[in-house]
Ligand binder design. Structure first.
Ligand SMILES: Cc1ncc(COP(=O)(O)O)c(C=O)c1O
Length: 420
């Protein structure tokens, strides 16, 4: 085991040798987390306004999650899906309650991509029951759905496809804000439309309601399933439990992952209506799916959000951030405005320096990331306080000033992180 006192430089060098280098070059080590803070090896606290990419919504080491994990780990860690355990059943019932779908059924996966993979297989079975060729999927440009072969193809970002082509060849991608293009792309050979209500990795871009309405109508007209990828938006990130609950549209299937177990690996594909019973015995499986420890953590997450009124609290924190960034936009030339919903927010910059600003924020002990060359993502925990927001805004203002001062100088801009 690596002791927490291992020097940061040494650990980074060993990481470079022992771990496949598929992510952006890491420069930072953390050894501990507590609430909104992550601590480096020197014990310095960083205000975590990124939450491990919208994951640790209850903050780090939340006592309710820690207690649930410890109790379940001391009781029963794994059985396989040959047997039934109570935490998974209780979690599926909670998901039915918070989606508002009394007849919902859940398939448990291990992450966002595998939750989407389950949804895509479900959609294919649904399609093939109608016609052998009803296998195509429509997605939106700029979307992000994962890195497995099917979810990579569904991800509307050509640069991510290129090194792995040929892909399956069953996905049609349309602009994210064009209802007519979406309607035209959906046909009798479409088994599903898959989209995010707010594109997270695609730059914190809310998809217009007209596109969601067009997707629902096109799916209904052609016997296709509407799948909302709520991997990033779900569990209160954008306000309600699920982002779709703020829209005029109800999907057939939602996928959820990231924040569901506050950092333990989990994914869930939740379907209702006829979609809930499409997959038959033996048609999909996962060794770790429904693991008692991660499901116990997820049950504690949902209960804590309800008990502590965190959806309402997070709404107030969102308003504080939006008003703070709007003030910045009025006084700092580099800031154009803010977009997004709830606590999934994008600070729009006037030039493509988001990675440099994120780096300058880290120098000031604030963690955020560049989600587009000119958009900085803020995804603070639902437990953040107004005092945390004030500290974050002060650090952000300093970082913006520092980057503005170097603009036009020869200083090289740091590259963006490639983590999703
Ligand atoms: C909307 C969305 N879907 C799917 C994924 C993939 O999730 P994972 O990395 O857990 O496989 C992500 C990850 O960022 C995401 O934001």
């Amino acid at each position: 085991m690596i002791p927490a006192t291992v020097p940061t430089d040494e650990l980074l060098a060993r990481h470079g040798r022992a771990v496949m280098q598929t992510y952006g070059a890491a420069e930072q080590v953390f050894v501990r987390g507590d609430g909104v803070a992550l601590f480096d090896a020197e014990g310095r606290p960083y205000l975590d306004f990124l939450c491990g990419l919208a994951v640790t919504s209850l903050g780090h080491a939340h006592p309710a999650v820690t207690a649930a994990v410890a109790a379940q780990a001391a009781t029963l860690v794994h059985t396989s899906n040959l047997y039934v355990t109570s935490p998974a059943v209780e979690l599926a019932e909670r998901l039915a309650r918070i989606t508002g779908w009394a007849d919902a059924r859940t398939f448990f996966a291990n992450c966002g991509a595998t939750a989407n993979e389950a949804a895509l297989k479900l959609a294919r079975r649904h399609g093939k029951r109608q016609h052998p060729d009803k296998v195509r999927v429509v997605t939106l440009e700029g979307s992000f759905h994962g890195r497995t072969f099917a979810t990579l193809e569904a991800t509307g970002q050509a640069a991510k496809h290129a090194p792995f082509e040929p892909l399956l060849g069953v996905v049609d991608t349309v602009p994210f804000d064009d209802p007519a293009a979406l309607r035209a792309a959906v046909g009798d050979d479409t088994c599903a439309v898959l989209l995010e209500c707010v594109q997270g990795e695609g730059g914190v871009r809310p998809v217009p309601d007209e596109v969601l309405i067009a997707a629902r109508a096109a799916c209904d007209a052609h016997g296709a399933l509407l799948i909302f990828d709520e991997v990033q938006t779900g569990i209160g990130r954008t306000g309600p439990w699920f982002a779709f609950q703020d829209t005029p549209v109800v999907p057939d299937v939602v996928t959820v992952a990231k924040a569901l177990a506050n950092g333990l690996p989990i994914g869930a594909c939740v379907a209702h209506g006829p979609a809930a019973t499409v997959l038959d015995r033996g048609e999909h499986a996962s060794t770790f799916g429904g693991n008692p420890v991660v499901c116990a953590a997820a049950n504690a997450v949902i209960d804590t959000i309800e008990r502590d009124g965190l959806l309402v609290h997070a709404g107030r924190i969102s308003e504080a951030i939006v008003s703070g960034i709007s003030e910045l936009a009025a006084t700092v030339a580099l800031v154009r405005g803010i977009r997004g919903r709830g606590l999934l927010l994008g600070v729009e910059l006037a030039s493509p320096v988001a990675a440099a600003v994120a780096s300058a924020c880290r120098d000031r002990f604030l963690l955020v990331n560049a989600v587009a060359p000119d958009v900085l993502r803020l995804a603070p925990p639902l437990i953040a306080t107004e005092q945390d927001v004030a500290l974050a805004l002060a650090a952000l203002r300093e970082a913006l000033d520092a980057v503005a001062a170097t603009q036009g100088s020869a200083a090289p801009a740091p590259t963006g992180q490639e983590n999703a």
